[in-house]
Design a protein around this ligand. Structure first.
Ligand code: AMP
Ligand code: MG
Length: 489
């Protein structure tokens, strides 16, 4: 039986030498059914959404049937976990079914997470649980809606399989998509195996596919490293600006394309606390929100090490310096946008830092208070009471508001025009943990998947106020503050 034969596969990764992967078939979930289907992701691979209604569809993405043209492999990678070299890590539970080339010529990996044990599974069962699949599925779409580079997801399939984590959970699979799932750790694999020719081959492959302008460049390795550093810097700047904590920034979770990759115990900031730790397993706070930019640097050093047979020390350092400069510039630009400032002025850094200081002291809701700042009125006598009410220290707010008013007038800002701009960068809705949790509970307890689709629909455009959806912008209720998310997924 031919499956999803409209998909045009072009399995470039599986044409690399065998050392890059192991051929492996998915282990099917018993009695698979479709939990959610994402038409936006389907459009990326020219897949007719009606295909999802066919009975074979959940079997295809539940590991039972293969799409015609698939050539499943588990990709090899190593990595540094929590700052420590960890050797061979993966891929222990995701199988690259193949790569689809769409009519526009773009290539998308179809990556089935939770597809069962692979030769890299170590002691793991190769499975994923429905809870984690829902989190990853929704957050990828939420990040995309926020304009942040990310993997996407086509669908979730669940089956009649119990998977043991801290409790017994429902087994599921996520069909994840990205132009490639190659990560920093893919390069580390061959460096630590002392297969430097394979480091070169992988670099040539990635450059050929995704950085073609570097193909004939005499300095292609340092240029490549510099561009990866730049992309990573821009990604981290976006995370910091939107208040996203990844939770497990191990080098094997760092995309070579600068995409947000591997959504585990992530969290969006509710109250602004720069030291926020979203990952319950992160006892030292290594991946605390405010450490993320430094961890990005650390991971780039891991990548530089892997590329060291082809990079001088000075070239590696130049790439790392580029990371720091690009992060600082990008972050400041994003924060200026969030404050509605059009021009760059010397006093902006202090204005931004003091605003964040106010938010921290007032435990202000990061998303909502930035959104509320859009309603700021710059007239000298404007009190801005509703914004002011978010802060305990009203005098400190008033002092800051005075400076902000002066700064706005200095660039001839206008209330309405500024608000329109700010509402396009300060989201109304983010995937707060408690929102995801409500969808998870309905799904796992009642097999009711409506909330997943409702959230996906809401978060694909998080900047537009939706009448009747005010509750989705609310800070977490008490129960929602207690949710524990860890690496166990
Ligand atoms: P993560 O911290 O989720 O990125 O996981 C690190 C690596 O551990 C992954 O790349 C997987 O290869 C492996 N892994 C995680 N969970 C499992 C599992 N249940 N079975 C097999 N391998 C796993
Ligand atoms: Mg991972």
């Amino acid at each position: 039986m031919r499956q999803l034969e409209t998909l045009q596969f072009d399995n470039t990764y599986a044409r690399l030498p065998e050392a890059f992967y192991r051929r492996v078939m998915p282990s099917p979930l018993p009695s698979p059914h479709l939990v959610s289907f994402n038409p936006d992701a389907a459009a990326l691979i020219d897949l007719d959404p009606d295909e999802a209604k066919r009975p074979e569809f959940p079997r295809c993405f539940g590991g039972d049937l293969l799409p015609t043209g698939a050539d499943p492999v588990a990709m090899l990678y190593y990595g540094h976990q929590f700052g420590v070299y960890a050797g061979q890590l993966g891929d222990g539970r995701a199988i690259l079914l193949g790569e689809v080339r769409n009519r526009a010529g773009e290539k998308w990996d179809l990556h089935l997470k939770g597809a069962g044990a692979t030769p890299f599974s170590r002691d793991g069962d190769g499975r994923a649980v429905l809870r984690s699949c829902i989190r990853e599925y929704l957050c990828g779409e939420a990040m995309h809606g926020l304009g942040i580079p990310t993997t996407r997801s086509l669908c979730i399939t669940a089956g009649e399989e119990r998977v043991v984590r801290e409790t017994v959970e429902t087994g599921a699979m996520l069909l994840r998509m990205a132009p490639t799932h190659v990560r920093f750790g893919s390069f580390e694999a061959f460096y630590y195996r002392r297969q430097h020719d394979h480091v070169a081959l992988l670099t040539e492959y990635v450059i050929g596919q995704f950085f073609p302008h570097l193909m004939n460049d005499g300095d292609k390795y340092p240029r490549f490293f510099g561009e990866v550093a730049e992309r990573t810097a821009r990604l981290l700047a976006q995370w910091q600006a939107v208040g996203f904590a990844h939770g497990v920034m191990n080098s094997d979770n760092m995309s070579i394309l600068g995409l947000t990759l591997d959504y585990g115990p992530f969290g969006f900031l509710d109250e602004y606390n720069p030291a926020f730790i979203c990952n319950h397993s992160d006892h030292q706070g290594r991946y605390a929100f405010h450490h993320q930019p430094d961890i990005g640097y650390f991971n780039l050093r891991c990548l530089a090490q892997a590329l060291s047979p082809f990079l001088t020390q000075a070239e590696a350092q130049a790439g790392l310096d580029r990371y720091e400069a690009a992060f600082a510039a990008r972050y400041e630009a994003l924060m200026r946008d969030k404050l509605g400032l059009r021009e760059a002025r010397p006093e902006d850094q202090a204005l931004i830092a003091d605003w964040l200081g106010l938010m921290e002291a007032g435990r202000a809701d990061y998303t909502n208070v930035f959104r509320a700042l859009g309603d700021f009125k710059q007239a000298t006598d404007a009190k801005n009471d509703s914004l002011r009410d978010h802060f305990l220290d009203r005098e400190a707010f008033d002092a800051w508001a005075l400076r902000y008013k002066e700064r706005l007038r200095a660039e001839d800002s206008r209330n309405e025009e500024r608000k329109a701009r700010m509402d396009r960068v300060n989201p109304r809705y983010v995937l707060r943990n408690y929102l995801a949790q409500a969808a998870i509970e309905q799904a796992t307890q009642h097999k009711d998947y409506a909330e997943i689709d409702r959230l996906r629909e809401l978060l694909r455009d998080p900047f537009t106020e939706r009448p009747g959806m005010e509750a989705y912008a609310a800070p977490p209720p008490d129960w929602g503050r207690q949710i524990i998310v860890s690496c166990s997924s």
